[in-house]
Design a protein around this ligand. Sequence first.
Ligand SMILES: [Zn+2]
Length: 233
Amino acid sequence: MREDVKQLLALQEIDQDVLRLKAELIRIPQLQEAAKERLANDTQALSDAKAAYQQNEVEIKKVEIDVGTRKDTITRLNNQQFETKKNEEYTKLGEEVIRYKGLVDELETKELELMEVADDLRLKISEAEAALAKTQGFVDEEIAELEDRATERKSELAKQEEQRVTAASVIEEDLMETYTRLFDKREGLAVVNVTSERSCTSCHVQVTPATYALAQSGSAISHCDNCGAILFS
Ligand SMILES: [Zn+2]
């Protein structure tokens, strides 16, 4: 392999690493956000469970007030019944008392049902609290791990960028320009192997026998006829 192609290949390895590290450093905060998002879902579930419980408590209070009002009415009717001297009115008031007692029974049954619902909802709250605590643990751990990974990658990146300066310093200016343009255009595959079937491993198109022969001899730099990649064999 030509010395300059060898040097380019070494540079390309560093540049590919730099590219990979930079992509990972962009991805890490996104992963941290996604982890926090999972926490938001559990927080919402807990707040929903608490809201449902509160709503049910309001319902219970309402029923209790209704029971109280009905009971007051019964007391009032009982007093009226006690005071009346008319038989017909006495009977009528008695029937009203029975009707109101029926209403109180219905309301008290409803209250018992709501209290059972409250038990279920209380259970849901503790389940949601447990789920949130569990997720919080995972999320904290994951965020810390990602933080460590980011620190590692940053230090790797700094090292590679330092090595890049040395690797790039030995490459001639024109060749460097060509390489840089190709590296960007070919997404990191500027200097590639051409296979024995004459296939460029950057674009996978077959090169001409002359291009292939040039890549083999190394008498000059050989470029892929299709994508322009620098070839070696
Ligand atoms: Zn090609």
